[in-house]
Design a protein around this ligand. Structure first.
Ligand code: SAH
Length: 256
């Protein structure tokens, strides 16, 4: 039988903080933060403004290892306190929540996950682009360049690029030349549009638009080294004429 949030009261919540703008937090996330006793937040990317005025004891996890994080959360959870583990964007993307959840499973401490707005979608919003364009691409690939964390060979960037879909590339702007080389090796034309959005939704957000030919130079020139999303694919090109049939006059549909 499936369990609902109501049937399984949790004391520990993994909450997606969104990309930066404090208004890009779910109402559920806001309510949990406001009533939390303990908040452990990923300080390198979570906007501290989210914590303004809350009554919880707050800890930045940036300097903590897994055991230290769990040793903060578990006693509080056991004591029935409301614990929020705040992760940037959506916790399902590069959130490293799996090992925390497994630890909680072993300790039989109930927890739930509250989604957030991923930086992939905040970046698309900043660009005012739809990533799925009819007759062009209907697929979005969320991935990264191999770094200190390896990427399985089957998912190597050239291989994914060969699909020709829209791609959102996380954690990779510091290796922009390699990213470009891999995308070209995979078969994207040098004229394929690429955008880099640094700190999407923050007040100091920066947007670079180019093609595979010039984007690496633009990134170097701008000095962007981290906290940026790379978006690539023909869908970013605004000149295309294809429109969704969803709102066409002669198209009846249950999803409008
Ligand atoms: N869970 C997060 C991703 C964490 S990995 C999410 O869903 O967004 C960290 C990477 O996410 C960064 O290296 C960068 O590629 C991206 N990122 C996080 N916040 C960002 C932002 N505000 N703007 C652009 N990219 C961001």
């Amino acid at each position: 039988m499936s369990q609902t949030a109501q049937a399984r009261p949790a004391t520990i919540y993994f909450v997606g903080a969104g990309p930066g703008d404090p208004e890009l937090l779910t109402l559920k996330g806001r309510r949990l933060l406001d009533s939390a006793d303990l908040v452990v937040y990923a300080g390198s990317l979570v906007n501290p403004a989210l914590l303004d005025g809350i009554r919880a004891e707050c800890h930045d996890s940036a300097g903590l290892d897994l055991a230290a994080i769990m040793n903060l959360m578990i006693p509080a959870g056991r004591a029935g306190k409301l614990v929020v583990r705040l992760h940037t964007g959506d916790p399902a993307m590069y959130g490293a929540i799996r090992e925390q959840m497994q630890w909680l499973e072993r300790e039989a401490i109930p927890y739930l996950v509250v989604p957030g707005v991923s930086s992939a979608f905040a970046a698309a919003a900043a660009l005012r682009r739809e990533l799925t364009v009819p007759e062009q691409t209907q697929t979005v690939i969320l991935t990264r360049q191999a770094g200190r964390t390896p990427v399985p060979e089957a998912e190597a960037l050239p291989r994914l690029a060969s699909i020709g879909a829209s791609m959102c590339i996380f954690l990779s702007v510091g290796m922009m030349e390699q990213v470009v080389a891999d995308l070209l090796a995979g078969g994207y034309a040098a004229t394929t549009p690429v955008a880099v959005v640094e700190k999407a939704s923050w007040p100091d957000e920066r947007i670079l638009r180019g093609t595979l030919e010039d984007i690496a130079g633009l990134v170097t020139e701008a000095g962007i080294r981290k906290t940026a999303m790379i978006l690539v694919g023909p869908a970013l090109d605004d000149a295309g004429q294809s429109a969704s049939r969803l709102y066409a006059e002669d198209f009846s549909h249950g999803c409008r």
